[in-house]
Write a protein that binds this ligand. Structure first.
Ligand code: HMG
Length: 385
């Protein structure tokens, strides 16, 4: 049975900052951000948006009434959870108006968990081929103001429907997972911003990429020449380049050129949004599919990495008509409003975070369909406009 991703859609916030402007305010060279790190713009998160509103917005874009009826399970993969007990997937299920006869859970392992969600979904569909599983990767990457990680923040969600006879990509059988106890990036329960050993994390990422790729090659007998593209988790776009170059070295043959071109196509959206944490790999896949030289029948590889650390390398075959089953990302990005660094800092500090008080947000300025209206008696209040 063919199982894979049937549809994909992306959502982010309606505001962004220009990173050249941030560089000037922080006293850095703009080229460090745009070339050294490889980021141009960054999503700004108003207090009225969180992983629930972003995740629901992404899924809402792509689901027809019939598809909503076929969903048996909702998995929200995130490391930006809003409750230590209740799954954000339950709020999302409610906002989407899904049938009550579904299961809804949240998964966590840094930027890796959406990949676990897809693999679990694949198992569920194999057991119940008539059902579909909605996997949503939603995150808000927060490091803090004026810290090295700030330029690698971002926010957004990618929703994916996993089903039999998928219309985007059929997953192949072999998939290599790798897990080691590593302290490269983490967020203790009392913190709203990530802690990170930045340079170390980039080295662990590259090491995990090499190890999973090598094992995949041993298990399948396939080499780089068998892949049209490798799409990467992109915490910042330069990271994908560092990893790819670590295996290509000074190769300049047709395979190396193809993989470099594919990487460039996969980086386009991340460059304008920033790190989506667990959704970044899948935004990179959408970017490649919409901007690269992708054709039905091609084998595309996916490298998923989550700090802590866990990685997975797997592949899929593109289906005819894959491009018709992806939401239009440029439409969302081009519709956003640029805000100043002052406005971004204010929004950053208005985040609900660990605040236990009752709060009411002004939702009139947020054009999104789903908004966080505030908090009352320790309960978040969501509205569908
Ligand atoms: P930094 O210390 O600000 O930057 O930290 P730097 O001094 O290393 O410079 C960055 C690059 O800019 C360097 O290039 C410089 O040479 C270059 P590189 O050597 O890396 O190729 N540069 C310039 N280029 C052009 N013109 C200039 C110029 N000046 C300097 N004028 C760091 C950078 C990424 C470490 C920091 O932003 C950070 O800590 N980010 C967060 C951690 C991160 O994203 N790690 C990635 C791997 S871990 C991962 O992917 C998991 C994650 O997504 C979390 C999860 O799993 O949940 C993070």
């Amino acid at each position: 049975m063919k199982i894979g991703i049937d549809k994909m859609a992306f959502a982010t916030t309606n505001e962004y900052i220009d990173l050249r402007e941030l560089a000037r305010v922080r006293g850095d060279e703009p080229d460090k951000y745009t070339i050294g790190i490889g980021q141009e713009q960054q999503a700004v998160v108003p207090p009225t948006q969180d992983i629930v509103t972003l995740g629901a917005a992404a899924a809402d874009k792509m689901l027809t009434p019939e598809e909503r009826d076929r969903i048996s399970t909702v998995i929200v993969a995130t490391e930006s959870g809003i409750d230590n007990s209740k799954a954000s997937a339950i709020y999302v299920k409610h906002l989407l108006g899904l049938n009550d006869f579904v299961r809804a859970v949240e998964l966590k392992e840094a930027c890796y968990s959406a990949t676990a969600g897809i693999q679990f979904a694949r198992g569920l569909v194999a057991l119940n081929p008539q059902e579909s599983v909605l996997v949503i990767a939603a995150d808000i990457a927060r490091y803090g103001l004026a810290v090295p990680g700030e330029v690698t923040q971002g926010a957004g969600a990618v929703a994916m429907l996993v089903s039999q006879n998928p219309r985007v990509i059929t997953l192949e059988a072999t998939s290599v997972s790798l897990t080691k106890d590593v302290m490269d990036f983490w967020r203790p329960l009392y913190a709203t911003e990530a802690m990170v050993d930045g340079k170390y994390s980039t080295n662990v990422y590259i090491d995990f990429f090499k190890q999973t790729l090598e094992r995949y090659q041993q298990l399948t007998g396939r080499g780089l020449e068998d892949m049209s593209a490798i799409t990467f988790h992109l915490p910042f776009t330069k990271m994908g380049k560092k990893a790819l170059e670590a295996v290509l070295g000074d190769r300049d043959d047709a395979t190396a050129q193809r993989l470099r071109d594919a990487l460039t196509a996969s980086q386009i959206y991340s460059r304008r949004v920033g790190n989506l944490y667990t959704g970044s790999l899948y935004l990179g896949l959408m970017s490649y599919l919409q901007n690269g030289a992708a054709h039905a029948g091609d084998r595309v590889a996916l490298f998923s990495y989550g700090s802590g650390a866990e990685a997975e390398f797997y592949t899929g075959i593109l289906e005819p008509g894959f491009a018709d089953n992806l939401s239009s990302v440029f439409t969302d990005l081009d519709a956003r409003k640029q805000v100043t660094i002052d406005e971004y800092e204010q929004a950053f500090n208005q985040h609900l975070g660990m605040n236990a008080d009752d709060v009411e947000f002004d939702i009139s300025a947020d054009q999104a369909k789903f908004v966080l209206a505030g908090q009352k008696n320790h309960q978040r209040i969501y509205k569908c406009k």
